[in-house]
Write a protein that binds this ligand. Sequence first.
Ligand code: NAD
Length: 499
Amino acid sequence: MQELTHYIDGAHVKGTSGRFADVFNPATGEVQAKVPLANAQEMDHAVQIALKAQPAWAATNPQRRARVMMKFVDLLHRDMDKLAEALSREHGKTLPDAAGDVQRGLEVVEYCIGAPQLLKGEFTDGAGPGIDMYSMRQPLGVSAGITPFNFPAMIPMWMFAPAIVCGNAFILKPSERDPSVPLMLAELIEEAGLPKGILQVINGDKEAVDAILDHDVIQSVGFVGSTPIAEYIYGRGCSNGKRVQCFGGAKNHMIIMPDADMDQAADALIGAGYGAAGERCMAISVAVPVGEKTADALIEKLIPRIDALKVGPYTGGKDVDYGPVVTAAAKANILRLVETGVEQGAELVVDGRDFSLQGYEDGFFVGPHLFDRVTKDMDIYKHEIFGPVLSVVRANDYEEALGLAMDHEMGNGTAIFTRDGDAARDFANRVNVGMIGVNVPIPVPLAYHTFGGWKKSVFGDLNQHGPDAFKFYTRTKTVTARWPSGIKQGGEFNFKPMD
Ligand code: NAD
């Protein structure tokens, strides 16, 4: 049995807590490795190393820090296949999807190459007689990030690349479900020239997370994961005086207007609802057709497409549409919610409950499900299922459809499919959700924009990546400088404008 490690001070280090978690191959259900779960002493050891290493890194000019990112991009391309394979083996997603996971992280690293420009600061020449004023963006010191299982390459890179290029040291606590790729990324960025101790990976669970939240040295915490944990981390981190941003769960609605191209809408729903087995925070889990005729037409288009879906292991070749879910517990939770849907009166149009894959009976595969006539009071509507289950909620008109997206407590992403520019514009303006797609089902913003939901999908002020990340990982210091000629008249006792 492979025993995974932490990555501390430039080396793989065995866990000393004596606690481990199983890492599965979700396709076979086998335990393929065990990952150490750090305790507070191990966390503190890494933090002290980060604290020592950070000042020299912060004093390295931004151009040189950016060159590490440039080289890191090259190495990510070089090792893309290796990273994707390791990712699929622990997560279960298909190889092209795993490469996409790496790619979307890599694009944020590319954006970070612009650090010299992004960190330039502001300068006012002659803010008063003989007075100059300038603002600098300085790193925070030691930052930490806690990441979910569903994007084990992308989300760590969304956090550590901007944190590091801003001059911080970073402690990454990845998901204990798929920790191998984060460890590989730490090795790779050091090969790109990052000094030891600037990026460290500490594996663990709640104990390691609490050690981060309570550590005096750690200045900021980024979190991505489920909403209850996001809320907990935000509260405890903030009350300990840290800068915290937490991104939580989702329930993304896609509105289908009667004038939409129904084939296009159905194709979009298949990819956005079932891709990655529905384990995406930007997955569409609720389809809202407007009008009975639209709903009937949509269901008719969806059924054959769902029947044609190929579910299989990542080793199953190019035709596999989606793989297993991450753990047996995740599978059980999805099937439990499906049962509540049936019990509470939703119409299970496509029933994936008996799905089994020959040769992979112990894998965590879940067949695709489609519910029709779902209502707001049902558990399958209220809760994030995070599986290959699409719910259709029929709306009588546009306002009712908009109201559904508005009233749901989650507000990560949403989409509208229509040919009507006016409806699309109205939707984008009024809906209280952070990321909107117009005829685009998964509107994940590119690296140079920012990513973040609204409502219970987020706790904190700034979004991930893009310009917001450079604000989150730095603090502003503003200097007002007057040189001696300005004080020849003696002291000034009144607080007054600089005229
Ligand atoms: P999770 O909340 O179970 O775990 C996320 C992280 O928190 C992991 O590192 C885990 O070790 C840690 N953790 C788990 N329980 C904890 C506890 N009690 N105390 C402290 N730390 C704890 O989430 P997950 O299952 O890994 O990921 C799926 C969730 O993440 C979904 O809800 C999904 O919508 C969400 N997600 C959100 C975004 C976004 O940007 N909004 C992106 C990806 C995933």
